[in-house]
Design a protein around this ligand. Structure first.
Ligand code: GLN
Length: 506
């Protein structure tokens, strides 16, 4: 297998680099700066990328890497901090930039293989430091008005470095840049794809589990559903899934996902009705963190009790690559036992964790789901928080409020779908604000609740923008919610981005 390793110096955009390499058809993974040369070399190393990062490489304590990386016989690309570090390690000089550059910047390119086919154009910059003098044997191959050394290379040794960020879409030749590096410079064939690895992942699960039994928590979300489908392909009915209905799901949700799980995918699912248990514990609680904690704890208790009855050897988790990167393991092979995404049990004895999606990004998980033939509505479900509707009812939770929320949410979902926006809007839901205001309906005074509509666009949920829903759609949504949901007389639209807001209200 062809593989490109990214040494992660803590850049904001490090995951994007991995994405771009994969889009160019080569498997890529992030490793921490102190990874051993053997770990970097691994199997089939085709190239190394040194990422950006917040440090200044000339300051004491700045992250660094072994200069042996430049002797591995594969091309190395430095990006931003990675460029500065490469130049410093190889004898150049780095210091504070006379003029710092942030954001869109016009770059003029010189002749070389990395920039082949590109014209002088806009690139994305974000740096305080700069290479003041390139190392011996390197030539300068790009400049901007304020940065005379915006890229360097030593083509004989396969070393390239750029001060700008080719991985962000604002850089005009983003895709060409990675294509050139991966195909022309690293000489990869670029045949890696998500579809192509399903069989490998299935084989790996079989090898890990042997004749053992696996238990999984299903949430209705994309990750756990795809993980369970994959493991089911691998070991059939030796996988038992547990679906906990905490009474905080959307209207028709439990029925819908159970139908997919049981009838379309053929999973063996135990449905646990824990509605009463959760709602009793939550009665009178209005503080958001307290709600989340109660739900998290109860979830674990219910799951634990069921899992014990089944007595499985392995626990399946829908961990995906961003979770792995964020937990600091940076792609290391050892599965840390404390790494339990979704707050699943720590204290049940399992032989091990099965995490078949841990090398994939969210949209790759979706592609895998499609290639496994899963129903599209399950694969393309919008993200839904674990605590469910509890954090969309501001204040304490009652059946009446949940009912109002469910009805208004269903109307919103129907209208978004009718408008054909259900794939382009990342997440959309209603919030029971708890606010009451005066209105007039049928000539009568009302004093009723306010529902907020939240709709956002995003690619990764790290940053979001409120979705610019057309006014006529908003009007239809508002009219229907007020007409069809008892005790609602006002609808407002949330126009907050993240940051400063979060997607959910609690
Ligand atoms: N910290 C370095 C600088 O400010 C590198 C920044 C980066 O990698 N984005 O120049």
């Amino acid at each position: 297998m062809e593989r490109i390793v990214i040494i992660n110096f803590g850049a904001q955009y490090n995951q994007l680099i991995a994405r771009r390499v994969r889009e160019a058809g080569v498997y890529s993974e992030l490793l921490p700066p102190d990874a051993s040369i053997e770990a970097i070399r691994g199997d089939g190393l085709s190239g190394v990328i040194l990422s950006g990062g917040p440090d200044s490489c000339y300051q004491p304590g700045a992250r660094t890497c072994s200069p042996e990386i430049f002797e591995l016989g594969v091309p190395v690309l430095g990006i931003c901090y990675g460029m500065q570090l490469m130049c410093q390690l190889l004898g150049g000089t780095v210091g504070p930039a006379p003029v710092r550059e942030y954001g869109r910047t016009f770059v003029r390119f010189g002749e070389n293989r990395l920039f082949s086919g590109m014209e002088d154009s806009i690139c994305w910059m974000s740096h305080n430091d700069a290479v003041l003098k390139a190392p011996e044997g390197f030539r300068v191959i790009a400049e901007t008005d304020d940065c005379p050394v915006a890229a360097v290379c030593c083509e004989e040794r396969g070393l390239y470095a750029v001060q700008f960020h080719p991985e962000v879409r604002h850089t005009e030749y983003c895709a060409e840049f990675f294509r050139n590096f991966v195909r022309e410079i690293c000489k990869c064939t670029g045949s890696w794809s998500v579809d192509g690895i399903a069989d490998e992942l299935i084989a790996a699960v079989r090898a890990q589990v042997g004749n053992g039994r696996v238990v999984a928590g299903l949430s209705g979300g994309v990750d756990s559903s795809v993980a369970a489908t994959l493991v089911h392909r691998a070991i059939g009915d030796r996988l038992t899934c547990i679906f906990v209905d905490h009474g905080l799901l959307r209207l028709g949700e439990a029925e819908e996902v159970m139908d997919y799980y049981r009838n379309e995918i053929g999973l063996n699912v135990i449905e646990v009705d824990a509605k009463e248990r959760f709602l009793t514990k939550l009665a009178g609680v209005s503080e958001p963190e307290a709600k989340r904690k109660i739900i998290g704890t109860e979830f674990i208790r219910v799951f634990e009790a069921e899992a014990k009855k089944i007595g499985a050897d392995f626990l399946l988790q829908g961990t995906i690559y961003p979770d792995v990167i964020e937990s600091g393991t940076g792609g290391a092979q050892v599965i840390k036992s404390h790494h339990n995404v979704g707050g699943l049990p720590k204290n049940i004895a399992f032989k091990g964790l099965v995490e078949p999606l841990r090398i994939l990004f969210k949209d790759e998980v979706r592609m895998l789901g499609e290639s496994l033939g899963m129903p599209a509505p399950l694969v393309w479900r919008q993200p839904f928080p674990g605590p469910g509707l509890a954090i969309r009812v501001i204040g304490d939770i009652t059946e009446e409020k949940l009912d109002i929320l469910r009805k208004s949410d269903l109307i919103l979902r129907e209208e978004i779908k009718k408008a054909g926006l259900d794939r382009s809007v990342w997440q959309y839901f209603t919030v029971f604000t708890g606010l009451r205001s005066v209105g007039v309906m049928g000539d009568c005074r009302t004093y009723d609740y306010t529902i907020a509509v939240r709709a956002v666009t995003s690619t990764d949920a790290m940053t979001v923008e409120f979705a610019e829903l057309p006014y006529d759609l908003l009007r239809r949504i508002s009219n229907r919610i007020i007409a069809e949901t008892p005790h609602v007389n006002r609808v407002v639209f949330d126009i907050t981005d993240k940051p400063p807001g979060t997607i959910e209200w609690e």
